[in-house]
Write a protein that binds this ligand. Structure first.
Ligand code: WTA
Length: 654
């Protein structure tokens, strides 16, 4: 494979302000470099010290990293701890009355839950689950709305040493069934319904469907939270209401002390092809990654109000809702609703209402909020904000600039955090009081994360050239295996092509002259136009830089001469254009790309839609777009799409 070419030119740089740097947990580049050097000089000692300082151990570890059975690495193996103890109990001495969770409900009402109250709710549920026979190592599927109780359920499992597997509440019965079966779950925790954007979605009925065929023989009980007044079908010997289960339970529950390597959870990644993988995380290493990134990347301070808008169905909701903020004793917003309800000002309204200081969301949310109301943030007092973050995909520089200027009032650094379900916590992101930021770059690796960009032989590529993003040393929060499939773990993440030594992320990236990392997209999405290998991200960013464009996705389609031609799927800020208007717009955008990055990247084919096909977590489904580009019938299941109706619009070239 020839190197992947980088064609994007982005020259804007924003230094951290003196005040931000003065108060930052990692203050200035010297402090950042010192941490990196410490990790380089004594890699294990570096992580061991952090693990001792940040985690409360029941039994201290004596072993640090065991690489003898690579890539099945072990960290802190003989240490014993409980993550729920670390997230709750250890704060009770001095923070019992501090608000842990501001539960921000769909209808706009809210409820404050203190650390003491959270402790009691978690203990009662843990005792209830115990009464159902749940013990260490058992699997519990959590299929719930974004209610505060979803966090309670995760914490209760962790308290017992049970392994949770959260299944996103938007998934179908088939997806629930596959995951329940793969994990052989004993218990499912769900709700009668969820409420999103004023609409009710049945959850219990979906669980009933999933269990109907009789395939899920492992399931003994279904615990049902009563979120709404809706009646649901009931199976007396299997189903039990959450409120009945906890009613007479004690509000104390001794945590189960587990080994650092005991699994904390499984989280299935849908991936674009094939059977979902059960990404399995450890207890100690995962917790450490969550804590250090909260301190370094989110610069967490005791007075912060932290808001991560993800769903607990995704890794971001695990690390930066269910565990990270609680481990630090933070106050955080847990948001049940959707960003567009009651209108596209919901985020800004709630930032003002709860005086949020750190706000973490996804580029896809940012782009859709620009489209629906670019001026809306100005209606609210957002002066409480001090730090903004993004995650999930590369953020196009123009969306970044809007977030920076309009939401952050050019005051708040943006931490563009690159990481994955598999890495468990942030890997590459600016430490905001140290690293100057550039729109569209996730900048530099966290201290102790040895990231590099290599060609297919594993050799580092020259600056400016694209290649495979790898992590060269095992780090604590890395996944331990794919549940029940060690071979798949090895071949997917430590492939022999790279000598089996490096964690291969599956993303393409390049480094600029300052050593900053720019993610170019998934390796599988790279286009090959006339022998030039181009990442999707850069062409998409060029399109989004046009003032009329809200969103864009590009894929390749076979071309006799060029090998592949670029096909662009575009959403405009205004109406979707038709007829001559669409032709004129398409011509204008082709010229625009040629002018911004060069003729080589110019789309042959442009299609306009009101939206793009996205997974429920907001990722663009390029696999479907590739089929559309080639004019193929879509035969795969598109029921897990957020917006299946846009597929029809995108079938046709202008
Ligand atoms: C992409 C989400 C560019 C990337 C935490 C990665 C990003 C995949 C970024 C993992 C970012 C995530 N910049 N790309 N800041 N963050 N990605 O498992 O392709 O849902 O491999 O984890 O999202 O997605 P996942």
């Amino acid at each position: 494979m020839s190197a992947i070419e980088s064609v994007l030119k982005e020259n804007r740089v924003f230094e951290p302000s003196e005040t931000f740097t003065a108060h930052a947990n990692v203050s200035g580049m010297d402090a950042y470099n010192a941490l990196c050097e410490k990790a380089n000089a004594d890699y294990e000692g570096f992580w061991a010290e952090l693990a001792r300082d940040n985690i409360t151990w029941k039994q201290p570890f004596t072993k640090i990293l065991d690489e003898s059975n690579a890539p099945f690495f072990k960290w802190f193996e003989d240490g014993k701890l409980n993550i729920s103890y670390n997230c709750i109990d250890r704060h009770l001495a001095d923070k019992a009355d501090k608000v842990a969770i501001i539960y921000d409900k769909d209808d706009g009402s809210s409820e404050n839950i203190t650390y003491r109250q959270l402790y009691e709710r978690v203990c009662q549920l843990a005792n209830g689950l115990k009464s159902l026979g749940v013990k260490k190592g058992d699997r519990v599927v959590i299929y719930m709305p974004m209610v505060a109780d979803a966090v309670v359920a995760m914490q209760a499992c962790a308290r017992l040493g049970a392994i949770h597997s959260v299944v996103f509440g938007g998934f179908s019965a088939g997806a629930v069934k596959d995951r329940v079966k793969d994990a052989a779950a004993k218990i499912i925790i769900t709700a009668n319904e969820s409420v999103r954007g004023g609409k009710r979605v049945p959850l219990k009925a979906t669980v009933d469907d999933a269990l109907a065929g009789g395939d899920c023989t492992s399931v003994e009980k279904v615990v049902v939270l009563q979120r709404t007044d809706a009646d649901v079908a009931w199976s007396d010997d299997r189903d039990i209401w959450w409120h009945d289960l906890v009613q007479h339970q004690a509000s104390d529950c001794e945590p189960e002390w587990v080994g650092a390597e005991d699994p904390l959870f499984i989280l299935y990644t849908s991936g674009s092809t094939g059977k979902p993988k059960g990404v399995q995380h450890s207890t100690g290493g995962f917790l450490l990654g969550a804590i250090v990134s909260m301190k370094w990347v989110f610069d967490y301070k005791p007075n912060d109000v932290f808001w991560c808008t993800a769903d607990v169905g995704w890794i971001t909701g695990h690390t930066y809702i269910a565990y990270g903020p609680l481990a630090l004793g933070a106050t955080q917003v847990v948001f049940e609703g959707v960003p567009t309800y009651p209108d596209a000002g919901r985020f800004w309204h709630d930032i003002e209402k709860f005086k949020v200081t750190i706000f973490y969301t996804a580029p896809t949310a940012i782009r859709s909020l620009i489209k629906l109301g670019a001026d809306l943030p100005k209606k609210y007092d957002l002066s409480s904000l001090r730090l903004l973050g993004t995650v999930g995909e590369p953020i196009n520089p123009e969306a970044w600039m809007w977030y920076y200027q309009i939401v952050g009032n050019s005051r708040c650094p943006i931490v563009d955090t690159w990481w994955q379900t598999e890495t468990g916590s942030n890997m590459i992101a600016p430490l905001p009081g140290a690293v100057a930021i550039k729109p569209g770059s996730c900048t530099l690796p966290l201290p102790g994360i040895i990231a590099d960009i290599v060609d297919e032989s594993g050799a580092p590529v020259e600056k400016g050239n694209g290649g495979f993003l790898v992590i060269k040393r095992p780090f604590p929060s890395l996944l331990r295996t794919v549940w029940g499939d060690n071979e798949r773990f090895k071949s997917t993440y430590f492939p022999e092509d790279f000598g089996g030594k490096y964690y291969v992320a599956g993303d393409s990236a390049h480094r600029d002259e300052n050593g900053y990392i720019w993610i170019m997209g998934r390796v599988d999405d790279v286009l090959n136009v006339s022998g030039h290998r181009l990442g999707t991200m850069e062409i998409e960013s060029a399109l989004v830089a046009n003032p009329l464009v809200a969103e864009a996705a590009v894929v390749g389609k076979p071309h006799d001469v060029k090998g592949e031609a670029v096909v662009a799927f575009v959403v405009l800020k205004g109406e979707r254009p038709h007829g001559d208007e669409a032709k004129r717009m398409a011509a204008e955008l082709k010229n625009w790309v040629a002018h911004e990055i060069g003729k080589i990247a110019q789309p042959d084919d442009i299609r306009f839609g009101e939206n793009l096909p996205k997974t429920r977590s907001g990722k663009i489904m390029r696999r479907l777009l590739r089929s559309l580009a080639k004019g193929e019938e879509i035969t795969s299941d598109i029921s897990t799409l957020e917006n299946p109706q846009v597929m029809e619009q995108l079938k046709h070239s202008v």
